[in-house]
Design a protein. Structure first.
Length: 457
């Protein structure tokens, strides 16, 4: 039944590999179960209600992606959009959280409209090949930055003043060069936490080098065991692996759509739509490319229209349940790196999200040092896309370059894609190759420039 439903042999995979890949993706995404309640709780929402919404929305939409699209792409509320929702819209602008959820719902309707009218598909097809390859590479570096930062091997110095650099050393025990030019700080290699991360990194890399199935998952579990054995991670007090979810206090259908309309939250709705459009598109391109789902003859992604529709519906479903914008997660690449090629990976991950309603304490046992090393290695796997860029044509190289570097250095997939979509037509026009540019790319470039000039993040 699974073979027929997911075409496993056709994509060169099997049930065991897909399930292990789904578990791997879930473990790398599980942090959202704790980030979402914390951030949205700061905006006045009940943390338990947010946790329930996150589990249910992520589980249902991810399962739908697996069953109806057969893609190994998993979805959950996006961290950046959660922060925008909580700190900019609710706390910064004083918008009630119910009204903010209404704005998320409306942005979801916009996505559905863009999808059923095939505008999103046209945008996807209009993106030049060099940028599609660059998106995959850029996401790989973006994931690497996340992993390095999460592990503590590298810290990001937010300000370059000498006092701030000294404070970084004092607080985190990191080695920092005594100069105002330092942006990233190397973690102290005598820190047990960092040593455990390095062990996991090289141990998992060795398994991958030897072609061991499930290497990423084995690496995560082994690193977790080492973290507890060395005292880097400790069991919480009164630990119990099971807990019954409290559904009595939820945020189901508490959004205020009319309130969002009456308050005229056009800028907010546009920002939700803009960021989600490029974040989800970038993640899907990168993950689908890495999974080998691209038609080699046409460069198209079979089933991408259905994937975009599920993604769009996920936004509205999430808002109805009390979650911020549900989007394709970049950590899906971890499952692909573990061998996931079909929707069975997504279904496995989605089921685990639903089970998390009962197993939340168990999920907390996986420490950052275990998941971070997996993300770093996934970043390495995604660098192969750079070979698809034509380095003999600098009008292709430069847009690809800015796409790649802007993702990790601005900490945003959307910024990277935006930079590439503006640079590409400019380079082509300036060199007399304007006819090589798809008309929709010109339109996108104009919209992107207008968005960054006239609208704040």
């Amino acid at each position: 039944m699974l073979e027929k439903l997911f075409a496993l042999s056709e994509r060169g995979t099997d049930v065991k590999t897909e399930i292990l890949a789904g578990i791997t993706t879930f473990i790398t995404m599980a942090y959202i179960l704790f980030v979402a309640p914390s951030v949205m709780g700061a905006a006045g929402m009940d943390k338990n209600a947010v946790l329930i919404a996150t589990c249910v929305a992520s589980g249902l939409v991810t399962i739908a992606m697996g069953l109806f699209v057969n893609y190994p792409i998993c979805l959950a509320p996006g961290v950046g959009l959660i922060a925008f929702y909580a700190f900019t819209v609710v706390l910064g602008m004083g918008v009630p959280w119910q009204v903010a959820l209404g704005a998320v719902f409306i942005s979801g309707l916009v996505f559905i409209l863009l999808t059923v009218t095939h505008i999103r598909q046209m945008i996807l097809e209009g993106i030049p090949h060099c940028l599609k390859a660059a998106i995959t590479v850029g996401i790989g570096l973006f994931i690497t930055i996340i992993g390095l930062k999460m592990s503590g091997l590298v810290s990001v110095v937010l300000t370059l003043s000498p006092d701030a650099l000294a404070q970084t050393v004092a607080n985190g025990g990191h080695y920092v060069a005594a100069t105002n030019d330092t942006l990233f700080a190397l973690g102290a290699l005598d820190n047990p936490r960092h040593l455990v991360t390095l062990f996991g990194l090289f141990f998992t890399a060795l398994l991958m080098g030897r072609g061991v199935n499930g290497a990423l998952l084995i690496g995560i579990l082994t690193t977790t065991a080492l973290a507890y054995a060395t005292g880097v991670a400790t069991l919480p007090a009164n630990f119990s692996p099971f807990v019954l979810p409290d559904f009595s206090n939820n945020a189901f259908f508490q959004l205020d759509i009319l309130g969002a309309v009456h308050m005229g939250l056009i800028t907010i709705i546009f920002t939700f739509t803009f960021v989600e459009l490029f974040d989800s598109m970038g993640t899907m391109i990168g993950t689908a490319s890495k999974a080998g789902l691209v038609d080699p003859k046409t460069g198209r992604f079979p089933g991408m229209g259905r994937a975009l529709f599920v993604d769009a519906c996920g936004v509205t479903i999430g808002s109805l349940l009390g979650a911020s914008t549900v989007t394709a997660f970049v950590e899906s690449a971890a499952g692909v790196g573990a061998g996931g090629r079909t929707g069975l990976t997504a279904v496995t991950c989605g089921v685990l999200f639903l089970l998390s309603l009962f197993l939340t304490p168990l999920m907390l046992l996986i420490p950052d040092v275990a998941t971070s090393q997996a993300l770093i290695l996934v970043g390495a796997l995604m660098l192969e896309g750079v070979r698809q860029i034509d380095f003999s044509d600098f009008t292709e190289v430069f847009p690809a370059f800015v796409t790649i570097v802007m993702m990790p250095f601005t900490y945003s997939i959307a910024n990277g894609i935006s930079a590439g979509l503006v640079a590409y037509p400019l380079m082509k026009l300036a060199t007399g190759k304007g006819r090589e540019v798809h008309p929709i790319v010109y339109g996108l470039a104009v919209l992107i420039v207008a968005r960054y000039i006239f609208l704040s993040e």
